[in-house]
Ligand binder design. Structure first.
Ligand code: CP3
Length: 348
């Protein structure tokens, strides 16, 4: 049993369903475009170049912690980073998202998904070490990866999509090839996440952002098993895991069956109902759009979330999806303030 003080931080305590001094809060996509200090540092070019520079990536990770006093840092990285690192040929186009030069289409493409080595991601683990050193004993660092379905959707579609037509065709027309793809993605994802913990991350989040595009049956057959294999392969690390997706109201019961410590709830489900469906610690679920109309409106919306979260321990306050690019940082600062002062879930 280790006695690292960070284990007693409100964020990690809430992940374990324990009592807290204040309800912890952080924001998905807190490190990035909405911050002027990020835009000043970042310049133009692919985000993958910024991520490849540990000086820049560590500084961007720390910026929101300094500005907002959030209860956790999230590594400045991206869900496509390990696939870029093994040379799959993926880039992130500003304003658009991940684009793949030669998308995954046939069994020959499996060879392009080789195992991830420590050397491939030395820049990422270097960043993790610098951040953990700078954060000290009080603030944990969250590492992350895409969940296999969401990652595979980019590798197969080749570009952001609203329809998911290519990957849905693949899963139904060639289920064996789809399964083989998922197996490769699982292995790479597990290596990526374990490396982040080995270098100091204290929690891990799996972003299954596009799981909500699936029917419940499709989720159970084509997404959940691979997600669960990732989570199972992390269990011996003894760090909390958070499973998150968007538009997943219909899937929450199934997602709750996965062995993550915490379930992320987007804004489509009221948090009292979300807590019932999860039956484990939850993270969420302020609609990011409600932060676009000024501090008073956002604080009012945050209070609604806090009320629905109730008093039972195990709530990590967050948005229901990432910070929208045009969000005023002062609005998020006001949200942090109200959560810290008025949140009651598990407060001792
Ligand atoms: O602050 C944080 O949360 C940490 C950084 C982070 C980024 N991407 C940096 C980033 C995290 C957690 C992600 C995860 C991610 N990346 C997801 C899952 C979360 C979600 O939002 O659903 C997904 C689907 C991606 C893929 C991706 N990368 C998209 C869709 C985009 C947006 C493209 C755009 O510009 O609108 C990116 C680019 C990206 N990743 C940016 C940032 C800060 C913005 C672009 C930039 O600064 O160049």
């Amino acid at each position: 049993m280790t006695t690292r003080p960070v284990l007693d931080s409100p964020f990690l305590r809430a992940c374990r369903g324990e009592s807290v001094d204040h309800v912890p809060v952080w924001f998905m996509r807190q490190a990035g475009r909405s911050l002027p200090e990020y835009r000043a540092l970042r310049g133009t070019g692919s985000i993958l170049e910024a991520i490849a520079d540990p000086d820049v990536a560590a500084e961007v990770t720390l910026q929101p912690v300094r500005r907002y006093g959030v209860d956790a840092a999230i590594l400045f990285s991206d869900i496509v980073v390990p696939f870029h690192a093994i040379g799959f040929g993926v880039d992130v186009v500003p304003g658009r998202g991940p684009v793949v030069a030669n998308p995954f289409r046939t069994s020959a493409d499996l060879e392009r998904l080789r195992d991830l080595t420590d050397a491939d991601i030395a820049h990422v683990t270097d960043t993790v070490e610098r951040v953990v050193q700078a954060l000290g004993d009080t603030t944990p660092l969250i590492g992350f990866a895409g969940a296999p379905f969401t990652v595979a959707s980019y590798l197969v579609e080749g570009a952001p999509t609203r329809e998911f037509g290519v990957i849905k065709t693949l899963m139904h027309a060639e289920p064996d090839l789809y399964d083989a793809l998922m197996n490769r993605v699982v292995d790479i994802t597990v290596s990526f996440l374990r490396a982040q913990v080995a270098h100091g991350a204290s929690a891990l989040q799996l972003f299954d952002s596009w799981a909500g595009s699936l029917t419940r049956r499709e989720y159970q057959r084509f997404a959940q098993p691979a997600t669960e294999r990732v989570l199972t392969a992390l269990q011996d690390l003894d760090v909390p895991t958070i499973l998150f997706g968007v538009g997943t109201g219909e899937l929450l019961g199934d997602m709750a069956q996965c062995s993550s410590s915490v379930l992320g709830i987007d804004w489509h489900v009221d948090l009292d109902e979300g807590r019932r469906r999860a039956n484990k610690p939850v993270q969420g679920n302020l609609d990011p759009a409600r932060c676009l109309g000024g501090a008073d409106l956002a604080v009012g919306a945050a209070r609604e979330v806090l009320t629905r979260a109730g008093r039972e321990a195990g709530h990590i306050f967050n948005l229901g999806h990432g910070v929208l690019p045009h969000t005023d940082p002062d609005v998020l600062a006001a949200v942090v303030d109200v959560v810290h002062h008025e949140g009651k879930a598990g407060v001792r």
